[in-house]
Design a protein around this ligand. Structure first.
Ligand code: ZN
Length: 217
């Protein structure tokens, strides 16, 4: 199946961006992609180091996290990714990291305020905080979906845990994770120096509309 092979390749490759931008340590971060038209997803295997990831060892599960293809167990975050795909049909990619600055905001349970044009462009407003949730059932997935439904943001800071990002495909979700860490860092630094200025909501709307519809090739 050509589409599945391409996705295995793409998802394995996108994990390199997590290390390139220093969003992850050890094996604590993962990318997944929905298999278009199937109730399947491709995700990182559990506990395998980023240097050892390859298209061949990517895992395919159904959208309840049950193993369909692959030798290895899927990521321990599979249930959360699967829940998002089941409840947000527009989402084609999900990323989870514990990137330092974004996770520091999650530790304080504080949304990242929309004080930069880059935040308005990519996130469409404040970057929201999701509930505290324990791993093991659907709590994390439910928290992600409930929070993202009330927001234009493709990123949610799960309280005391870290960020999850979504996108139309895995690449878009990785981009959101990279941008999130960058703005989390910048706004953190700005706050050390005083109170950052919020952007007028009307301007946020205009920036978001332009970036989402006009910007790029
Ligand atoms: Zn985590």
């Amino acid at each position: 199946m050509k589409v599945l092979d391409a996705l295995r390749h793409g998802v394995a490759e996108l994990h390199r961006e997590l290390t390139r931008y220093e969003l992850v340590i050890w094996t604590a971060g993962n990318v997944s992609a929905r298999v278009p038209g199937e109730d399947l997803m491709v995700i990182k295997p559990s506990g395998v180091s980023y240097d050892e990831l390859s298209p061949e060892n990517m895992v395919v599960t159904d959208l309840h996290g049950n193993l369909v293809h692959g030798e290895l167990a899927p990521s321990s975050d599979t249930a959360a990714h699967a829940y998002v795909y089941r409840h947000m049909p527009e989402v084609g990619g999900v990323v989870h990291t514990h990137s330092t600055y974004a996770t520091a905001w999650a530790a304080r349970g504080e949304p990242i305020p929309c004080v930069l044009t880059m935040i308005a462009d990519e996130f469409g407003g404040d970057i929201p905080v999701g509930p505290f949730a324990l791993i093991g059932d659907d709590s994390i997935g439910r928290g992600i979906v409930e929070t993202l439904r009330g927001s234009r943001s493709p990123a949610v800071l799960m309280r005391n845990h870290g960020p999850f990002t979504v996108g139309k495909d895995a690449r878009a979700a990785v981009k959101a994770a990279v941008m999130l860490e960058d703005v989390a860092r910048t706004v953190h630094i700005a706050q050390q120096l005083g109170k950052p200025d919020p952007i007028d909501p009307e301007h946020v709307d205009r920036l978001y509309a332009r970036y989402q519809n006009v910007y790029g090739q």
